[in-house]
Design a binder for this molecule. Sequence first.
Ligand SMILES: NC(=O)c1ccc[n+]([C@@H]2O[C@H](COP(=O)([O-])OP(=O)(O)OC[C@H]3O[C@@H](n4cnc5c(N)ncnc54)[C@H](OP(=O)(O)O)[C@@H]3O)[C@@H](O)[C@H]2O)c1
Length: 334
Amino acid sequence: MTRIFVLARRPVGLPTIDDFDEISKNDEALGDGDVRVEPMVLSVDPYLRGRMSDARSYVAPFEVGGAISSAGIGKVLESHVDGYRVGDLVRGEFPWATSLVAQASTLWKLPVDQDVPPSAYLGALGMTGLTAYVGLVVLGQVTSDDEVFVTGAAGAVGSVVGQLARISGARVVGSAGGATKVEQLAKLGFTAGIDYRSSDDFAQTLRAAFPNGISLFFDNVGGSQLEAAIHQMKDFGRAVLCGAISQYNDTQLPSGPRGFEGFVVRRRLRVQGFIVSDHLALYREYLSLASQWVRSGQLQTLETIVEGFDSLPSAFLSLFTGGNVGKMLVRVAI
Ligand SMILES: NC(=O)c1ccc[n+]([C@@H]2O[C@H](COP(=O)([O-])OP(=O)(O)OC[C@H]3O[C@@H](n4cnc5c(N)ncnc54)[C@H](OP(=O)(O)O)[C@@H]3O)[C@@H](O)[C@H]2O)c1
């Protein structure tokens, strides 16, 4: 039997554990081109919140009663497909299930590399890392002259953004929730960190951190931090908008950021939103660069691993309360 987590109902506001249901199904037979995979590590990501609602977006919503799915690393259990052998490690979009059947053509075989843990291909060496690279390097065109501000800096994408900015020689300040996370930013080589939760006047704290202004802003959280950053941009600055996790559970459209258009026009800012799936052609280029940075110790693959299949819903929920440092992952099998 296969255990599967399905969406029990569409969450309203902050999701709860009751929005998920566990069901069991008989194992499926393999068809032509199929392999059976046992997921070992599954990724939980903020964007899954969007897929739980039925609002129009860049990716189809989950069906109520249908399996939740996300990126995962798994082990091939059974295969009649050339090139896929029992025990091979593969990455794919997997249902939250204890076993699954997938078309081999939808899977990516992990490189055999003893120096890198397989889970890194879900984080710094996977789509998370590519997101940071596309936003900061390709669209943001970071240089050593930049003064970079990144929000959600201790999270999956943010922790890579900060390290890539440091590798490029830029000055980089990150914001994160709590003193422990800010200490972590220092270990990753950020120039400075801001604990946005303990800051009484975030806008003032940001002005002090960037007396000459922000030249490149990478935003993961939206809301009041986005507003404060836009107000503190240099003339001709670039703002790359990656995500807005502070608003994913809002039930009404937010009223800010205040003064946005005025600052964008007067400071002649370039503001660019992006979705990583539009840039998958850059993955090879990124993986080659990032693998070298990981081997040389310049890029740390920071992750929080929660143990056990049962923990999938709670690990996802804890993204909204800051439960992770680096990439949030769930180990569902050894
Ligand atoms: N555009 C794309 O293609 C793309 C791709 C991947 C991710 N994203 C987006 O990028 C952002 C980061 O994604 P990720 O995968 O790296 O996740 P993540 O940063 O690891 O997400 C979890 C973190 O978000 C922070 N957070 C939660 N609620 C918050 C709030 N109300 N205000 C401020 N911070 C809050 C928490 O950190 P603290 O403890 O510091 O608050 C938490 O640890 C998300 O918005 C995501 O949707 C976009």
